[in-house]
Design a protein around this ligand. Structure first.
Ligand code: T1G
Length: 692
């Protein structure tokens, strides 16, 4: 049942009931029309109230139905709204909690709207790469005026109902019982004629052209690669310049165009991907979790400090432990500086500043952190050091405390084996800067307890991170894939490209930063240390030596004022380095490679498909539970462009057969072994399927 019908006196009440947010899927739309038919055919019914059960009036169209036959199956939302608007009996919307997208468009088709305070009112479609497609761009300006409506539609942000109470959008703000108020209102207007229709309201805005042109210029500058925001303005302009039905038709055309765009597919993918990531098939949503009322962090370095800030920002008291007073003082001072900078930028109130700084303490003694509910170690990335720390934690931490490691690649099962409580050990891999980057890789050890995993997923939400579960392997999800990306970047240098060409090509594709600028920022010596380990552990994997030669020149990046690029004092801008470029060209000659001109397209394909191919292996091995998890890792932790949706969705959109054919071409070149398609990728391509 997706909408209930009940008659209360002479008022019929239609209650949407399609949990979790009363999405207006096909079945719900049909149930509304059925309810309206019953009401219109029942002489005892004088008016109708439409409301939503549970935690929403309605969260809008059912996004899960998009690009499927159900989305356009009759009754479409347009039809439902027409039935409501053309009803000869008054229809009152009783709105609470959430009224968004198609839900608000449905309410706008009603003759009257009664709302509870605190309801979130929005047309958020632009955040999904589309625009309101059931009259929202034509009706909202008629009740809110051009400017307020345009702001809501272009931003997609919710507005609390009480802020709109005085506009024509709402006829009553019901402080008490909403249904009582709505039914009383319906009885009051039962005989009112003519019934008010939003479509009949005129929009009065002198010089709308100037305002809309100014809005277009502003929005175009902000919208970046997304087409929807500017189209929103086009649709709203039609509300002013066209007859209502023509405006509706134009809006529908724009909606249909946008819903097919790859950008919209990417945004919808990210919307669901964010929510799917916290679902673990063998850990039910009602798994009991441990309370996290206090935390501890081992290590006051860059990572430790950033991690501690996450807890303080979420209102959780946190103690940072260091070995030496000087290191502790330095770490605490850095944290304070970070907060002061945010305060200066006006992004933090003094009260919040004081609260957060007050939640962070320092100590040199392990004994002082024993009562914390969770401890996260962020010490040097070396197994021997981890062993010492976890053996100590096993001694001092109270029973039931979660023991987490911030390791970025080391074996969490081995770390757990240093303790007598492997079920309490988990990996919480933050990304630098830890208080900024949204990604948190939650590394599930073989023995990690289900309640520890459930607690970590809940904690991720509390500290506003995108928690993605990874199994244990070298590099987990993100770093294991970035290693293949970096290998290709090095090979491209040997074959003919230079750092600035590679960076520019991938940044034009949409990455925040190319591999060489990223190396200079993060420190080229980090990758150097990992490769040195690899040369021993996995001698069969080949790497370009260019990165090693660079480090042997002492060019670690910005921290040594020289890396792949040259840097001027006090200036973080990268300048192409003749010294480095000469080294690269000479290295090609030493290898006997005839350098060739490499296209930007090949650069992008080799870097991105290297990610996709490794991602397919990670998926097949069960290290990642779903392709969208891999995409969320790249969208929230590695600067992969949101409008492309992630390395797995991007490959789906390109078409997996095309990806495999491109890889077969690369396989005929140098280091062709790297281009053997992952079995899963080959199989899906052969079957004409996709990852997502
Ligand atoms: N369709 C399908 N599922 C939805 C949904 C929707 N519109 N909104 C939420 N869900 C699912 C979500 O995936 C999750 O599922 C669960 O509900 C709880 O969501 C014609 C075409 C409404 C403010 O863009 O902003 O109308 O993971 O965790 O924090 O013009 O969900 O539990 O399986 O976010 O309480 C426009 C999107 C659609 C609103 C609730 N509407 N949703 O937040 O819960 S397009 C939107 C939200 C449209 C018309 C056009 C939020 C929320 P699961 P949640 P929440």
């Amino acid at each position: 049942m997706t909408a209930e019908y009940k008659v209360n006196g002479s008022v019929a009440v239609i209650t949407l009931n399609n949990p979790p947010v009363n999405g207006l899927g096909h079945a719900t739309r049909s149930a509304i029309v059925d309810g309206m038919r019953k009401a219109l055919n029942d002489d005892a019914v004088k008016a109708v109230v439409i409301t939503g059960a549970g935690k929403a009036f309605s969260g809008g169209a059912d996004i899960k139905e998009f690009n499927s036959p159900k989305a356009s199956a009759e009754p479409t939302l347009h039809t439902v709204i027409n039935v409501v608007e053309n009803s000869e009996k008054p229809v009152v919307a009783a709105i609470h909690t959430v009224c968004m997208g198609g839900g608000l468009e449905l309410a706008l088709g009603c003759h009257y709207r009664v709302v509870s305070p605190g309801a979130q009112i929005a047309l958020p479609e632009v955040k999904l790469g589309i625009l309101p497609g059931a009259g929202g761009t034509q009706r909202l300006p008629r009740v809110l005026g051009l400017e307020m409506a345009l702001n809501m539609i272009v931003s997609g942000n919710p507005v609390p109902s009480e802020k709109l109470a005085k506009t024509k959008l709402f006829d009553q703000l019901a402080d008490g019982d909403l249904m009582e108020a709505a039914i009383a209102f319906a009885n009051k207007v039962a005989d009112a004629r003519p019934l008010p229709k939003v479509r009949d309201i005129k929009i009065d805005y002198p010089n709308h052209e100037g305002f809309l042109q100014f809005s277009r210029n502003t929005v175009r500058a902000m919208a970046g690669p997304f087409p929807a925001p500017v189209k929103c303005i086009d649709a709203v302009e039609a509300a002013v310049t066209k007859r209502f039905d023509d405006g509706l038709r134009y809006e529908r055309e724009l909606f249909t165009e946008l819903v097919q765009t790859p950008e919209s597919k990417a945004l919808r993918h990210a919307f669901f991907g964010e929510r799917a990531a916290s679902k673990v098939p063998d850990v039910p949503e009602d798994t009991p979790t441990r309370e996290i009322k206090s935390a501890a962090v081992i290590g006051a370095g860059t990572m430790g400090g950033g991690i501690a800030m996450n807890f303080a920002n979420a209102g959780i008291p946190v103690t940072i432990l260091e070995m030496k007073q000087e290191a502790l003082d330095k770490g605490l001072a850095t944290i304070r500086k970070n907060y002061e900078n945010t305060l200066k930028k006006g992004k933090l109130t003094q009260e919040k500043f004081d609260q957060r700084v007050g939640l962070i303490k320092g100590t040199l003694s392990y004994e002082e952190i024993g009562q914390a509910d969770i401890v996260v170690e962020a010490v040097f990335e070396e197994m021997g050091v981890k062993e010492q720390v976890f053996k100590k934690l096993d001694q001092v931490m109270k029973q039931g405390a979660i023991l987490a490691s911030n390791t970025s690649t080391l074996d969490v099962d081995k770390i757990a084996s240093f303790t007598s409580r492997p079920q309490d050990v988990i990996g919480l891999h933050f990304f630098s800067p830890a208080n900024v980057m949204k990604l948190l890789e939650i590394v599930r050890g073989e023995k990690t307890g289900k309640d520890v995993l459930a607690t970590s997923l809940k904690l991720a939400k509390k500290i506003k991170k995108t928690g993605v579960v990874s199994g244990v392997c070298d590099g987990f999800i993100g770093n294991r894939m970035i290693e293949q990306y970096s290998r290709q970047a090095g090979f491209l240098l040997e074959e003919g490209a230079l750092p600035e060409q590679v960076d520019k090509a991938i940044e034009k594709f949409g990455f925040a930063m190319g591999p060489f600028r990223m190396g200079d920022l993060a420190g080229n010596d980090i990758g150097w240390a990992i490769r040195k380990r690899r040369y021993i552990e996995k001698p069969d994997i080949t790497y370009s030596k260019t990165a090693d030669l660079l480090c042997e020149m002492g060019r670690y990046g910005q921290k040594t004022s020289a890396g792949w690029y040259d840097y001027k004092p006090g200036d973080r801008k990268p300048y192409p380095s003749q010294v480095v470029n000469d080294m690269i060209v000479k290295h090609s000659a030493d290898l006997g490679i005839q350098r060739r001109k490499i296209s930007d397209e090949e650069i992008v394909q080799r870097l991105v498909f290297a990610l996709t191919n490794e991602g397919a292996k990670i998926l097949e091995e069960g290290i990642a539970m779903r392709a969208s998890d891999i995409d969320m890792v790249y969208l929230t932790g590695y600067g992969f462009p949101l409008f492309r949706g992630g390395p797995m969705l991007y490959a789906d959109i390109v078409g997996l057969q095309n990806v495999v054919m491109t890889m077969e071409r690369f396989a005929r070149g140098r280091h062709g072994e790297a281009w053997k398609p992952a079995p899963l990728l080959a199989r899906l391509a052969a079957e004409g399927k996709s990852f997502n």
